[in-house]
Design a protein around this ligand. Structure first.
Ligand code: NAD
Length: 498
């Protein structure tokens, strides 16, 4: 059995007490097992990181940026290999796996400009002979804990910015698809990153708890489901760390009566079913405004959904592949049953889908519900599968209230030709990332990614300037260089510049 291990900067015999199975979702076989590390392993990784970090922080930012440039070139050179590896453990189709890597690389491109964004602020003559300047210094040692659904993009969101700003970084990827993060760490090393600045520790809750409790880890970035995000946030903050913890989602797409329905159907097909719906920025809820819109949309959606091709992840014609594990498939199917039991109308049923020659693969067919109500649990919770739920609204206000009042607030989209409606919607909706005729509004790397409500705990987003702020501390210096002699009497009142 192939074994997947850590990527450490010290000699390690690879022995471990516990392992977790890694599946091939296309056929349901166990293809490898991953070592699950423990507290002792983390302690050693932190020790090595602690020794290596000061020298890395002292490297000038332009040289740190050069490592980012080299890394980008290496990932591009190895794109095919990385995409196949990613797809073989996750199940997303190859083209989508390349998109996963590419979105991560875009954050690395942002990091190539790190000397520019690390420049501090300066005020000349803030008082008599007094200048004030600020600088951004690394936290020291940071850690990242990532989910299964973007095994390249999310580790790169975190590691890129953390490393470029001068930290040492320890990554704990998902145990369900652990190979790509290790390959990325190897490529970083090949790109010139010194030993100990990026290490990958494999593991599960035991490793996460060790990270959250380690006194020398100053900042933790987490992405995953909301209950665990909340737990990570509370435990990390209790231990005095800086924590950003992104959680689950249930994104809505509001369709106004004037929307271009053919375009909406195209957009929905990709956004609801791409990657088998296993995206935190998927669009699993559609809200047509008005009965006429609902009927017309439903008529166009059904044939589009029935025409979707589900296939193995290496099938270049497939729109999406299997879901990640048998347990996740069972969970999705149980939510479909819940929707039926709650009284929603199951229009297209994706349960029981099998692919010839891959009968044990973790496939779920595309599923459509209509007449879903906000009171239903299957609407309130995240399904994270290829299931689209239609919730009909009578007015713009009713449609606006649905995502605004939902427990999650990651992304939302509105489809319309009316600029005023779009502007109102963007300003008033209680959600962190908004698309206007854009179904998956994942902000570009030099902007910033983060949801609201139970989709994110902590107050700093991923990547862009928010990422730089998360991985650095501001130091502000107030300086005076008296020209010899006494500088005046002692001041017993708070100094002002007035
Ligand atoms: P998950 O919460 O099961 O796992 C995330 C990480 O937490 C993994 O590294 C895992 O090993 C660890 N973990 C699992 N159980 C734990 C426990 N009990 N205690 C401590 N750590 C634990 O999430 P997942 O299934 O891998 O990923 C899918 C979820 O991630 C979805 O909810 C999705 O919406 C969310 N997600 C959110 C964003 C975002 O930016 N908001 C992005 C991608 C995915």
């Amino acid at each position: 059995m192939r074994e997947i291990s850590h990527k450490l900067a010290f000699a390690h015999d690879g022995k471990t007490a516990r392992y977790s199975d890694v599946f091939d979702p296309n056929n349901g076989h166990v293809q490898a097992r991953v070592a699950l590390g423990d507290k002792a392993l983390l302690d050693r990784a932190v020790e090595v990181a602690k020794a290596a970090q000061p020298a890395w922080a002292a490297v000038n930012p332009q040289r740190r940026a050069r490592v980012m440039f080299n890394f980008k070139a290496l990932v591009e050179k190895n794109m095919d290999e990385l995409a196949h590896l990613l797809s073989s453990e996750h199940g997303k189709v190859i083209a989508d796996a390349k998109g996963d890597i590419q979105r991560g690389l875009e954050v690395i491109e942002f990091c190539c400009g790190i000397p520019h964004v690390l420049k501090g602020e300066h005020t000349q003559g803030a008082g008599p002979g007094i200048d004030v300047y600020s600088m951004r210094q690394p936290i020291g040692i940071g850690a990242g804990i990532t989910p299964f659904n973007f095994p390249a993009m999310i580790p790169l969101w975190m590691s890129g910015v953390a490393i470029a700003t001068g930290n040492a970084f320890i990554l704990k990827p998902s145990e369900r698809d652990p190979s790509v993060p290790v390959r990325l760490a190897e490529l970083f090393q090949e790109a010139g990153l010194p030993e100990g600045i990026l290490q990958v520790v494999q593991g599960d809750k035991e490793m996460v708890d060790a990270i959250l409790d380690h006194p020398d880890i100053g900042a933790v970035s987490f992405v995953g489901s909301s209950d665990i995000a909340h737990y990570v946030y509370k435990r990390g903050v209790d231990n005095g760390k800086r924590v950003q913890a992104m959680g689950g989602a249930k994104n809505h797409g509001v369709v106004m009566p004037d929307a271009d329905l053919d375009q909406v159907v195209n957009d929905l097909a990709g956004a609801a079913f791409g990657s088998a719906g296993e995206r935190c920025m998927a669009l699993p809820v559609v809200v047509p405004v008005g009965e006429k819109t609902a009927l017309a949309l439903r008529q166009k959606l059904i044939p589009a959904i029935e025409a979707l091709r589900v296939g193995v992840s290496t099938d270049a014609e497939a729109h999406y592949g299997p879901v990640v594990t048998a347990a996740h498939k069972a969970k999705i199917e149980s939510y479909i049953q819940m929707g039926v039991d709650e009284g929603a109308e199951l229009v297209v049923d994706g349960r029981g889908f099998t692919l010839q020659g891959h009968e044990q693969g973790f496939f779920v067919g595309p599923t459509l519900f209509d007449h879903v109500k906000p009171s239903m649990r299957s609407y309130q919770e995240e399904i994270f599968g290829p299931v689209l739920q239609m919730v009909r609204a009578e007015s713009f206000e009713e449609a606006l209230a649905l995502p605004s009042q939902h427990q999650y607030g990651n992304g939302v989209a509105i489809f319309t030709r009316n600029g005023h409606a779009a502007r109102e919607f963007a300003a008033r909706v209680n959600v962190g990332m908004v698309g206007i005729n854009v179904p998956i509004p994942v902000p570009v790397a030099y902007h910033t990614f983060g949801g609201w409500k139970r989709s994110a705990f902590g107050d700093t987003n991923q990547h862009g300037m928010e990422g730089v702020k998360f991985w650095t501390k501001v130091k502000t210096v107030t300086q005076r260089w008296p020209d010899g002699g006494a500088t005046g009497d002692s001041a017993f009142i708070i100094p002002t510049m007035g």
